[in-house]
Ligand binder design. Structure first.
Ligand SMILES: [Zn+2]
Length: 212
């Protein structure tokens, strides 16, 4: 836990709140459920009652799956930021064979956790699936402007959730696209490295498919 300084965006009331900055899934599995339900970082102003979701720099650690995620909370990645966050992790863990990921914000973190729980494809492959799904989507709606899209689980089924200017909706996650994405990934010369913090996102997938 860390004490975080907050300022209400509506009434500017200042406050402090203890926030979870390290989740070890083997010790605190209940926090994962809270995170997925948007309960972990929700904040209600004690002065005006305004509610919002907070961005907190924090570490998500799944020692069984050897995955460690750092949420940058919309800040630029620096060694100092990493060092500050790595203090939370007990030093007896060897991270050299871990999948280490940087995510920009809590929605991206939640997506990575959903991918882990899905368990049928890596985040690398799913980023390619999302790109391929974009292509199919744009054929149907060529004028649509995609603001963002996330892999998610809805009622136990994998989906891609699209956020457009005017609307949001789910698109079915396509198994044959996953097979195709896996082929593409295996053919690419780059393999997602272990023991090294990287961002596996849309940009990463575009570069992989372009062979950069
Ligand atoms: Zn307020």
């Amino acid at each position: 836990m860390s004490l975080i300084n907050l300022s209400c965006p509506v009434c500017q009331n200042k406050s402090q709140k203890d926030m979870i900055t390290y989740i070890d899934t083997s010790k605190n599995p209940e926090l994962v459920g809270k995170l997925l339900m948007n309960e972990l970082y929700s904040f209600e102003c004690s002065n005006c009652g305004a509610k919002r979701q907070l961005e907190v720099q924090m570490v998500f650690h799944d020692p069984d799956k050897k995955v460690l995620l750092i949420n940058l909370a919309n800040q630029e990645y620096t060694d100092q930021l990493k060092d500050n966050l790595m203090k939370y992790i007990p030093s007896n863990y060897d991270l050299s064979d871990y999948d280490l990921r940087l995510v920009r914000n809590i929605p991206e973190l939640v997506e990575k956790i959903q991918i882990l729980q899905f368990g049928k494809a890596s985040d690398s492959v799913i980023e390619i699936v999302k790109l391929l799904t974009d292509g199919l989507f744009m054929k149907q709606k060529p004028d649509a402007q995609i603001i963002n899209r996330f892999f998610t689980m809805a009622n136990g089924a994998p989906k891609v959730y699209y956020i457009l200017q005017e609307e949001q909706f789910f698109v079915d996650y396509n198994d044959s696209l996953q097979d195709f994405a896996e082929e593409k990934y295996n053919k690419a010369n780059t393999e997602t490295p272990k023991g090294e913090f990287i961002q596996v996102n849309q940009k990463w997938a575009v570069q992989l498919l372009e062979g950069k």
